[in-house]
Each structure stands twice: as C-alpha cells, then as structure tokens.
Design a protein around this ligand. Structure first.
Ligand code: SAH
Length: 354
C-alpha cells in the first residue's frame, strides 16, 4: 500500500465518493506523496518518455517555428517565452539552443516556466540556469503587456478530468469510493449538466465523456494575451477534436496499470479534448494537425539526415528509431496532435494552417 491510499480512504470516509478529477489532483500533486512531487517520471528508467526526451529534433523544429512567427509579427524587442509543464527542461533547452541562430529573437526572450512540482523546478533550474528563467504557479502570473510565445507538450493531459456517463438526458459522474476497504469506481445519480448540453446530440446511453474544466481557462488566459499583445502558442498532446470514451490511463515503468493501484507512484493522464480546449478563445487558432505532419512540414526528415551524417552504430540506429517514433502513424505521429494559437489576422506559425 502506498502512503496515499489511507489518505484517500480517509477523505472518502469524511466526504463521500470523490470525482476522478479530485482523485487525479491528489495522486499527481499531493504535496508530500503526489506523483510529480516524489517520482522521476521521465526517460527509460522512468514511467514514460516524451517527444523532447526522444530527440532534440522536436525542440529544434519548434524553436524555428516560433522564431519565424516572431519575425512574421515584426520582431518585437521583448517577449515572454513560456513553457507550461516543462518536465526536465529539455524542450526549452533545445528551443533556446536553436534560436541562437536568430540572435535578436534569443535576446528578446524572457523565459517563464509554469510548473507545479518543486522537485521538477529543481531539475529545470539545473538544465536552464544560463537563461535566468522565472517560475510561475499559474499563467495568470505572467507579466502583462508582453507578446507571449508559448509551448506546452504533454501538459494538458496531466490536468484533472471528470468522467460523465450518459443516462437519458442527464449524466452520472464516475466516482471513486470504498467497498470492503478497497478503492473502487462507481457512478453518482444522474443529473443534467449544462457543460455537456452540446453532447446530447452525438452520444447515447452509457457513453462516457470526459471534461477538463481547468484546461480551457489556462488556454484562454494565454490566448487573450496573444490577441492583445501578439505572439503564438504551440500545443502538443495526445487526444482528438472531441472526447468520447474512458481515456484515463495510469503508466508505471512504461506499462499501463490499474489507476486505482500504486497511488501517487504511477503517472495519470487523459486524452485532451481539443474542441473544448480552444472553445471561446479570443485569438485565432489553427487546424488540429497530427504531430507527424507538423514535423514533416518543418523538415524533420532533412534535419534527421543531416544529424545522421555524424553518427554510426547504435547511436545511428537510435537516431533513426527516434525519427520514426516522433512521426510514424503507428507511433506518436498520429495519436499526438498539434494546434497553434496566434493573433486574429496574423499568419499561423510555420507547420500549421488555418
Ligand atoms: N513537457 C514535458 C513534461 C510533461 S509531464 C515533456 O514533454 O517532457 C507534465 C508536466 O506538467 C510536468 O512538468 C508536471 O510537473 C507539470 N504539471 C502537471 N500539472 C501541473 C499543473 N497543474 N500546473 C503546472 N504544472 C503542472
């Protein structure tokens, strides 16, 4: 039993069954026993591997796309370069190294990292020390008045979701309760839900729909700044235009496990509902595009070939496998999607289209 189990059981005993969202929040971010507080999630020894950890090419191409978007918007002298949920800081380090090729953009960038985990902030501090980053608890704390160039990779999938199961014209919420001293899933009584009125037309009894209330608020805050002061945001995550079905997933040592086991010691995620994410933005956004297509448009194959020239043996094999992993439809190329935010009337960042 992990230390979180009695804590969750006590909360349920005191307040009744909890939503999946409360459960995710506690398991991921509990100040003493939460996953991001205590574990080392990334890499081959961790629980999962993300695109920037697979290959430097991911961050390089994003850096070039942002640099072009900055030039397309008249090369503003000071901007906020923001990452949401920077993990080990690898993506930001690759972006900052790449944009040295556009020195005026590199000089214009003030780096902000929105990170909830004190442990990961320490890791980011080591990776990014030369760039004097400023850590923020929330996007609301970003300085006002600066254009915002933002990236987020596998950030929105870590935010807590609620799961609602259709029952007539209402919805039952999937909850976690205790049965015979074991955590177990159950369903609340049905009730109508304004937030899901638009889903009554495309779902039937028993269908499960996921909602993440906090994700659209975070993106709206970024979108408002982009609309008012300029900039762009590139969002990468797994998911689709509209949520349907149970996508709550627990990963431990690269294997899927039961989300109610190893509490606080496995990574919990859910697919991103991109339609809900960009709903009500004040700025413009691009078409949702498979990650593989985005990277190909930016020339990942040419970059891969150029890097391959300096490699041989195992390193070359790994490099070829990494290219395939990022782009191939059977790997991350299609499951992962990209969407960009940009000011109304501006050109989308290279790699994405309206
Ligand atoms: N972008 C990184 C890490 C992805 S993991 C990569 O691609 O490798 C998710 C990241 O989001 C972690 O850094 C985690 O600590 C952070 N995070 C999760 N929930 C958060 C929240 N509510 N606020 C801020 N950061 C959060």
């Amino acid at each position: 039993m992990t230390p979180l189990e009695p804590i969750l059981k006590a909360q349920i005993a005191a307040h009744g069954p909890m939503s999946v969202s409360q459960f995710m929040n506690t398991c991921l971010l509990h100040p003493e026993h939460g996953y991001y507080t205590t574990q080392n999630p990334f890499g081959s020894s961790g629980d999962f591997i993300t695109a920037p950890e697979i290959s430097q090419m991911f961050g390089e191409l994003i850096g070039l796309s942002l640099a072009q978007a900055w030039m397309d918007q008249g090369s503003p002298k000071q901007v906020a370069l923001v990452e949401l949920g920077p993990g080990r800081g690898t993506l930001m380090a690759d972006i900052l190294r790449t944009i040295r090729a556009v020195p005026k953009f590199a000089q214009a960038c003030n780096v902000y990292l929105v990170e909830a985990s004190a442990r990961l902030r320490d890791v980011q501090m080591q990776t990014l020390a030369d760039h004097n980053p400023v850590w923020l608890d929330s996007v609301e704390d970003l300085p006002d008045g600066l254009p915002v160039f933002a990236v987020a990779n596998e950030f929105f999938d870590a935010l807590p979701i609620r799961q609602m199961v259709r029952d007539g014209d209402g919805w039952r919420e999937r909850q976690i309760g205790v049965d015979q001293n074991k955590l177990t899933f159950g369903l609340s009584d049905p009730s109508p839900l304004t937030a899901l009125e638009h889903r009554l037309g495309d779902t039937k009894d028993g269908d499960l729909v996921e909602i993440c209330s906090v994700a659209p608020l975070i993106l709206r805050s970024i979108g408002d700044r982009i609309e008012r002061h300029g900039g762009a945001a590139l969002i990468f995550d797994y998911g689709d235009w509209r949520s349907l079905g149970d996508t709550l997933q627990a990963l431990k040592g690269h294997e899927k496990i039961d989300p109610l086991q190893q509490l606080g010691q496995s990574d919990l995620t859910a697919h991103v509902d991109f339609e809900a994410l960009v709903n009500d933005l004040s700025c413009a956004y691009s078409r949702l595009t498979p990650q593989g297509v985005f990277l190909e448009r930016l020339g990942i194959t040419q970059r891969a070939q150029s890097l391959a020239r300096g490699l041989k043996g195992d390193a070359l094999d790994q490099h070829i496998a990494a290219h395939k992993r990022l782009t191939h439809p059977d790997e991350m190329g299609t499951l992962f999607k990209t969407i960009a935010l940009f000011p109304t009337g501006a050109t989308p960042p290279p790699g994405l289209e309206i």
